[in-house]
Design a binder for this molecule. Sequence first.
Ligand SMILES: Cc1cc2nc3c(=O)[nH]c(=O)nc-3n(C[C@H](O)[C@H](O)[C@H](O)COP(=O)(O)OP(=O)(O)OC[C@H]3O[C@@H](n4cnc5c(N)ncnc54)[C@H](O)[C@@H]3O)c2cc1C
Length: 495
Amino acid sequence: MEVLEAWEKIVGSENLFTQKEITEAAATATFATQQRVLAIIRPSDRLQVQECVKIANQYHTPIYPISGGKNWGLGSRVPPQDHSVIIDLGRLNQIVDYNEKLAYITVEPGVTFRQVYEYLQAVKSNLFVSVIGGSPEASVIGNTLERGDGFGPYGDRFAYVCGLEVVLPTGECIHTGFSRFTNTKTTHVARWGVGPYLDGIFTQSNLGIVTQMTVWLLPIPTYYQTFSCTIEENAGLEALLDRVQTLILQGTIRDTCLSIWNCYKVIAKQGRFPWKITQGKTPLSLKELKGTEPWFANGSLFASSEAEGLAQRQIVTAVLDDQVQQLVFSETEQETQGFGAPHDENTRSTYWRKQTPIPTDINPDRDSCGVIWLCPLFPFDGKQIVEALEMIISTIKLYQFEPNLGMVCISGRSIRMFVAIMYDRQVAGEDEKAIACHDRLLELLLQAGYIPDRLGIQSMNALPSGNDDYGEFMRHLKQHLDPQNILAPGRYDCF
Ligand SMILES: Cc1cc2nc3c(=O)[nH]c(=O)nc-3n(C[C@H](O)[C@H](O)[C@H](O)COP(=O)(O)OP(=O)(O)OC[C@H]3O[C@@H](n4cnc5c(N)ncnc54)[C@H](O)[C@@H]3O)c2cc1C
């Protein structure tokens, strides 16, 4: 094909892949998908990316950028449109800039969470990047463009980045914020720049390929402690949510510093499906086995002195103590978990229902681990959340999966929930059952007014259309920026 020859001239034959086993692996996610991948190209720098995009336009060939390719549960590397070519940005893996005083790092798309952590360790930095529960090899830029979340006060990742370098779908290049000005001193320290703020349109969209971004880092706190507690029943959960909401709104617990997981999520992180106990039957019901399905809350308190930390502890204890069980504070966790140290503990849970050993190189796509994520957003209101949970839990049980649920307190105003449907793709019929469960859940959530704030390729076109001119505006924008519709068609075209 001529288009492949044109790309080969840019990236070299060693960076163009059309072999069946490679393209089929790239077309495999953690749930059933139909899309085929035509080829994978791996440019080495921004100029090559621009050339590749121009060629895609010339030959009307759809391209789909990936940075880490670890979007597990939401589509992995699979493009939303059939017969797309993947532009894998993994070779653009430079840490371009770093500043300890102003607390930022500037990275290319191939830079992973592990790489940032190791770099900061090597330069003996007192700063850390908020790290995800997903793969250490995931991309910091990839996660930000999904508007992902991580650990610690800067966990709402997109709120703490600036200065994007973006290759537009025509192959042109722009710099956002102050970075378009030569000789500017404020590229890395200001989000808004001057004039219209553009960065948002390059997240959860198909309007550009981001080739560089500045990510703000947080100082490791002088005094740090974690706390955890248990809530035995959903009724207790409602009161807990309302109480922690006030603590977050007033700033005692900072944004994205409290997560609440149910028992199924906790045991999936710690172990495997207990095949012996259930005598091979699914789903696991802890209600039947133990008589209870508790919730576990885990929080972090960041303080600039011991006195401040102890005062925080007192406030949290006074508000929560009579409402929860086993409220425990700990000051030692930083040694074991580290700040910004990515780990595989959570991703191991993708093997929950597999009966084969968990490999050291975790790869749920390759190993037929079934994982479908659904991410509804809720107002931070205990009653509404618990009501929605009852609907979510009963629906998942109806389809015979364990309700594997986690919540992160994005701010004092909203909570993001992670619903994970986990199964073994090698068991006949499970792929179909899992997607049916996901679709039904999504339908019920939409009916109840809880629209997900992040989508996988399984749900890109599942949202209702808006009741204003938003869709028309977005179509105009896409048409203007990408007249040939070559960049990631179908990605967040949810209008
Ligand atoms: C057990 C488990 C735990 C997880 N925990 C978390 C968590 O705590 N927080 C969280 O946010 N997610 C989590 N995830 C989801 C997912 O693993 C992460 O979001 C991960 O960061 C996505 O992979 P990536 O960074 O390699 O992005 P990629 O796969 O590279 O990209 C993700 C998306 O962004 C687009 N994109 C990527 N790079 C570019 C670019 N340069 N320009 C334009 N578009 C681009 C791609 O087209 C793709 O659609 C978890 C998943 C699992 C299975």
